[in-house]
Design a protein around this ligand. Sequence first.
Ligand SMILES: Nc1ncnc2c1ncn2[C@@H]1O[C@H](COP(=O)(O)OP(=O)(O)OP(=O)(O)O)[C@@H](O)[C@H]1O
Length: 238
Amino acid sequence: MVLLQIRNLYSGYGKIRVLFNVNIDVSEGSITAIIGPNGAGKTTLLNSIYGLADIYSGEIIFNGSNIAGLKPHQISLLGIGYVPQVNNIFSSLSVYENLRLAAVGLPKSQFLKRVDDVLETFPKLKELINRKAGTLSGGERRMLAIALALMKNPKLLLLDEVTTDLAPIMVKRVLEKVVELRKKGITILIVEQYAHRALEIADRVYLLASGEIRFAGEPKELLQKKELLELYLGIQSL
Ligand SMILES: Nc1ncnc2c1ncn2[C@@H]1O[C@H](COP(=O)(O)OP(=O)(O)OP(=O)(O)O)[C@@H](O)[C@H]1O
């Protein structure tokens, strides 16, 4: 089943037009990667899905209904979680307090169940539960940012460059978590600046450049398109 279908999407910010005729299918239970050069519009695509960009035309069908034009809190309630590039962690609050805030409105008993689930996925955060978020390492903060999005129990998780600026070992751990989340039934749409990392874990990949989709297919097909890789990603081979 296709969980998210984007049809003929044109979007941007006011007069700044960024995406042109974008079509994307995200199958339930899959990892779908969006790659492309800087400024291609990858973040704008996630912002469009989450109600943070202006939709000029087109449809964003999630779980059967068109969500284009809805506000972020409405989209969140429908089951989409977003881990933005600049994460919204409160540094002066503890890990626990951040998790509590992320689940605001949830009755205490449900909150405790969700915290248990999320900490099972991120055992390291359990050890750090009373630490101020500002004292966490870069990798730990990235894990917390994902944990915060999971507190709302999303069906679809949007991840924007969650591995950028991390040491190689932490990159590996974060991506292993992403694969683990898919195993738990969460559908993932991931934007990655480093194409090879995304291609290793993705079921399907879209190459975006200058606001248009230039390739859609399986990672192994893209790996054979040397001219696309060279033109848009500046790499001879991966
Ligand atoms: N809030 C905004 N208001 C106006 N223009 C914006 C805004 N955010 C991004 N843009 C513009 O939209 C275009 C696409 O940016 P976007 O961040 O979506 O690209 P990207 O592929 O995610 O790039 P990067 O890898 O550098 O983050 C850029 O020209 C950028 O300047």
